[in-house]
Design a protein around this ligand. Structure first.
Ligand SMILES: Nc1ncnc2c1ncn2[C@@H]1O[C@H](COP(=O)(O)OP(=O)(O)OP(=O)(O)O)[C@@H](O)[C@H]1O
Ligand SMILES: [Mg+2]
Length: 295
């Protein structure tokens, strides 16, 4: 469904954009319908940059992104609208997606204005109510409220509802759980499970490895803009092959172990080399399990 092939992104940085920073290096992966693919890795490894490229918020420096075979990197502006009917994003900080001077449900109304201007008011309102209920929101409690009158979890769910009003195929979720409290997290996670059953593909960007383990079929581990390991979640997390993946997994606190018990020994990693050259290739180490390690 959604495929990235040898995707690179460099940003211009420094005074007057005199230098370049390669944020994403030669990344390839695919998401199938009904699949959650998690992207994990250290801060600055390029996760959000990938999400933004998929959402066409920033350009792709090199490589291609295809939706159902159609290359979207070459798409003209006029094709954007059709694309956003099929691909939408929800971000970490739900407050930033709302304008504080407008009522929160304006984000739903703008979907009607842009995509369904011909729809009858009563039919549209019915659709909004059903969609809000489907994401666990009480329409009476959230409609006609200002963003500051709603909780972070409610605002986030309203953004998911917004995406669903469009019958999307792919949802990009960037750290959407991190700012929610534990019980709201479970609700939003269950909601994502429901989306999966409806056949949506989800690109789930997170710092939280246990969350990635819980929610995703497949996982990608990134370091310095490149993929170091990817494949079926059970294989990557159960039998990590790259030293970086092993370090990352060793740093997850375990409920049954006290912090003071056995300090974790981390493996030495190769230093961050030249970001402008292609990263080490991925090698298939098992069925649906690749790692950037030598033979
Ligand atoms: N607009 C920009 N201009 C220049 N550099 C940028 C820009 N956005 C991101 N970067 C750089 O690109 C790299 C990757 O950033 P990105 O936001 O994708 O990381 P991330 O993996 O999402 O990190 P985090 O886990 O902290 O959210 C970082 O080095 C960052 O400083
Ligand atoms: Mg990020």
């Amino acid at each position: 469904m959604l495929e990235l092939e040898n995707v690179w992104k460099s940003y211009r940085v420094g005074a007057l954009g005199s230098k370049r920073l390669t944020a994403v290096r030669d990344v390839s992966f695919a998401i199938a319908p009904g699949e959650v693919l998690s992207v994990v890795g250290e801060s600055g490894s390029g996760k959000t940059t990938i999400g933004k490229m998929v959402l066409q918020l920033i350009s792709v420096t090199n490589g291609s992104i295809r939706l159902n075979g159609e290359d979207i990197t070459a798409a003209r502006h006029s094709r954007r609208k059709a694309y956003y009917r099929r691909v939408q994003g929800v971000f970490q900080d739900p407050f930033s997606s709302y304008n504080p001077i407008f009522k929160a449900d304006r984000v739903l109304e703008t979907v009607r204005e842009s995509f369904f201007p011909e729809s009858k008011r009563s039919e549209w309102d019915g659709k909004v109510e059903r969609t809000l209920l489907s994401v666990g929101l009480d329409p009476g409690a959230v409609l006609r409220k200002y963003p500051h009158q709603l909780s972070g979890g409610q605002l986030q769910r309203m953004l998911i509802a917004r995406a669903l009003l469009l019958d999307i195929e792919v949802l990009v979720a960037d750290e959407i759980i991190s700012m929610l409290d534990a019980s709201t997290r479970i609700d939003v996670l269950n909601l994502l499970g429901g989306l999966k059953q409806r056949g949506l593909g989800v690109l789930f960007i997170t710092h939280d490895l246990s969350l990635a383990n819980y929610i995703s079929e497949r996982v990608i581990i990134m370091r310095h803009g490149a993929v170091v390991e990817m494949g079926a979640t059970g294989k990557v997390f159960g039998d990590p092959r790259h030293p970086y993946s092993r370090n990352l997994l060793a740093s997850v606190p375990q409920l049954h172990r006290k912090w003071s018990d056995a300090p974790t020994e981390l493996e030495a990693l190769e230093p961050d080399g030249d970001r402008d050259i292609a990263p080490p290739p991925l090698r298939e180490v098992d069925e649906d399990h690749w790692a950037a390690i030598g033979p």
